[in-house]
Write a protein that binds this ligand. Structure first.
Ligand code: MRU
Length: 350
């Protein structure tokens, strides 16, 4: 596919390779993971980030753990691997794709015999989750692009592309497809403070794939909407609850409020692995708070005076009422609510 050259997660020669997103855009450095502890650390430290990418990486982490545990004599591997899966589950709290992927691995483990090498079966499933994610993204790309009319000005937030997924992307997948369909007149990405997923990752990924993009400071979004005919704000999601509330990168809620004020439409693009039908509403989603240093420093350089405190919640919740469309691989739900999402999950797409 045109405009889609980046893959952040690779399983090759029995090893897991992760493109180190902390070093972008300065350096394209790949990290090799041979231990489950390394995989867990890579997720916590944001070597790999983005909801679907975290889930896929954790699935490969279980494969690595199984290899180690099965080789260890004397202890049943199924008992031993449970603690590795728990370790992976503790890496980040908000993106439900992590727990979704680990649950799939757990279910398979439950059906595998204790006295047989589990690696091939687990690797097969991890690869399947990875390739299913790319297929879902490509399908969502087409569904989402159909909602966009030619000549559109679009604003996106965070990084939702190949770097954040198995490949192709969620919101950025829709943008990729709409660009290939010649529908985008101008694409804006905000820098996405404090970790700068927009300027460091989205801008980098789009430059690699020859899709023109213009960066704005987050504070410029309101003025952009006031000044220009923005048609859609398009974002991804880390968790969508049964009523259609959406947890996504901090700043998403603000953009949704601004979009409503300015008559701009708001699209959320996420595979059904991001849907958490067990939670009734967004208030129940655990929101990750990360270290103060992400705000107070830029690399080694201090941005704020010593002695100042910082609050760094890294996700927020956008109420369903501010969302015009949720695009999943099972279909598009407009003006999402509990009934419509349930119907989609039961496969009757509206
Ligand atoms: O903290 P991050 O970088 O993992 O947060 C990523 C996001 O919030 C993305 O917008 C979200 O995962 C959807 S991407 C497919």
């Amino acid at each position: 596919m045109l405009f889609d050259t980046i893959r952040a997660i690779r399983w090759e020669n029995d090893h897991l390779y992760l493109l180190d997103q902390r070093r972008l855009p300065q350096e394209r450095h790949t990290l090799e993971c041979t231990q489950v502890t390394q995989v867990a650390e890579a997720i916590t430290q944001m070597v790999v980030r983005g909801a679907p990418a975290i889930g896929i990486t954790a699935a490969y982490g279980v494969v690595i753990a199984a290899r180690m545990r099965y080789a260890q004599a004397g202890k049943p591997w199924k008992t031993a691997i449970a603690q590795d899966i728990d370790l992976l589950a503790r890496t980040r709290p908000t993106a439900v794709n992590l727990f979704w992927a680990l649950e799939h691995m757990r279910e398979l483990i439950a059906h595998l015999p204790e006295d047989q090498d589990p690696v091939a079966a687990l690797l097969h499933l991890a690869r399947q989750l990875h390739s299913d994610d790319i297929t879902a993204n490509q399908h969502m790309g087409r569904l989402g692009a159909e909602l966009i009319t030619a000549g559109a000005i679009i604003l996106t937030h965070c990084n939702t592309g190949s770097l954040a997924t198995g490949g192709f992307g969620t919101a950025l997948g829709v943008i990729r497809q709409a660009y290939a369909d010649h529908k985008i007149a101008k694409l804006f990405a905000d820098e996405t403070r404090p970790w700068l997923q927009g300027s460091r990752l989205t801008a980098w990924e789009l430059v690699q794939d020859n899709i023109p993009v213009t960066l704005i400071a987050e504070g410029a979004a309101a003025f952009l909407m006031q000044q220009q005919q923005v048609q859609w704000v398009i974002v991804g999601a880390d968790r969508i609850t049964a009523n259609g509330d959406v947890a996504n990168k901090i700043g998403t809620y603000g953009l949704a409020v601004l979009a409503r004020q300015h008559g701009v439409k708001f699209m959320v693009v996420a595979p059904t692995s991001t849907l958490d039908m067990s939670l009734p509403e967004g208030a129940a989603i655990p929101i990750e708070t990360r270290g103060e240093s992400e705000l107070l420093q830029l690399g080694p350089q201090r941005l704020a005076p010593a002695g100042v405190a910082a609050w760094n919640p890294v996700f927020d919740v956008t109420p369903a009422g501010l969302i015009d469309a949720i695009v999943t691989e099972r279909g598009v739900v407009t003006q999402p609510d509990r009934q419509k999402l349930l119907a989609m999950m039961q496969n009757s797409v509206n």
